[in-house]
Design a protein around this ligand. Structure first.
Ligand SMILES: [Zn+2]
Length: 311
């Protein structure tokens, strides 16, 4: 059974605020899934809040406390302009982090085979002590850290196919050989990091793989990146768990990227990762919603992703 983690708070974040990372993104996904035959294959689970200690494995305690203590009347800007918090945001972020930990624990316990966390705010740009790129807590990194700390895994892979480089995730695990971070992203592009020459630091050297995708990249270029680089790297690493930073903003219709990926290809990428997970780790996969800003393209692509997870 594939889990679908949700919470009303994820829709309340940035409610009544004009922003591209808007509540309507999740509403479009929910509408689409409710009408899809795959809804019967999904177990819908309301996310629980994270313990602060889980978040503090990735973020500085004073940063976490600062976010949770925010008193917000309508909206405040957390960084230099693009990351905004509204009254529901601190609790939404707490539950988004909680969804990921709950999902990986349920998969480890055999209660779910895989899961998708339909969360907002997203996470992969959030750094140790900095909100950035619409992200407050790094949900995927917090889940990876939990797998290492609680399940005592030593090989966790993160595949990040969001069109933007996951600077926060890369930084969190750059010197950690227990986490293989693979990102495919338009480069150069926001946030500026993600040079292929960055392969990790210290003990973690060789455990970061950045794949630059050209602005005109479509399904063929993405498929080639998978078969030539991503799948061999995963097979070498032999992951015990695969996490996906599932942004859908590489889509041809997305306003934040130039790339030309089709909705169906998000299903194809999911199948390739699923086959790899079946070979190495009993099919254990948990994915996290990151970007994706064209509502129709996003909902359709998420459905393709989920179809592949449940089949
Ligand atoms: Zn993105």
């Amino acid at each position: 059974m594939t889990g679908f983690f949700y919470h009303d708070l994820f829709i309340k974040h940035l409610e009544n605020y004009n922003h591209v990372e808007r509540p309507q993104r999740l509403e479009a996904i929910h509408r689409r899934i409710k009408k899809s035959p795959i809804r019967k294959e999904l177990k819908f689970i309301e996310a629980e809040p994270a313990d602060l200690a889980w978040i503090e494995r990735v973020h500085e305690p004073d940063y976490v406390a600062g976010i949770m203590a925010l008193k917000i009347d309508s909206a405040i800007v957390l960084d230099w302009g693009d990351t905004v918090a509204t009254p529901a945001t601190p609790q939404a972020a707490l539950h988004a982090a909680g969804a990921g930990v709950q999902a990986v624990r349920m998969v480890m316990a055999g209660e779910l085979t895989s899961a998708f966390c339909a969360v907002r705010p997203p996470g992969h740009h959030a750094e140790n002590r900095r909100a950035m790129g619409f992200c407050l807590f790094n949900n995927v990194a917090i889940a990876a850290a939990d797998l290492i700390a609680e399940a005592e895994l030593t090989r966790v892979a993160i595949v990040d196919w969001d069109i933007h480089h996951g600077n926060g995730t890369e930084r969190t695990f750059a010197d950690n050989k227990h986490v293989l971070y693979i990102s495919m992203h338009q480069y150069p592009h926001y946030p500026g990091t993600g040079d292929a020459a960055m392969t990790g630091k210290g003990e973690g050297t060789g455990y970061t793989l950045n794949i630059s995708m050209g602005a005109d990249a479509g399904d063929d270029a993405y498929r080639q990146a998978f078969t030539e680089h991503i799948l061999p790297a995963l097979d070498d690493f032999k992951p015990e768990f695969i996490l996906i930073s599932a942004g859908f903003d590489a889509h041809a219709d997305d306003p934040l990227s130039d790339t030309e990926v089709s909705s169906a290809f998000f299903g194809e990428m999911t199948r390739m990762i699923k086959e790899t997970a079946a070979r190495h780790c009993h099919g254990r996969i948990v994915s996290f919603l990151e970007g994706g800003y064209d509502l129709d393209a996003l909902a359709e692509s998420v459905e393709e992703h989920l179809k592949a997870l449940v089949e």
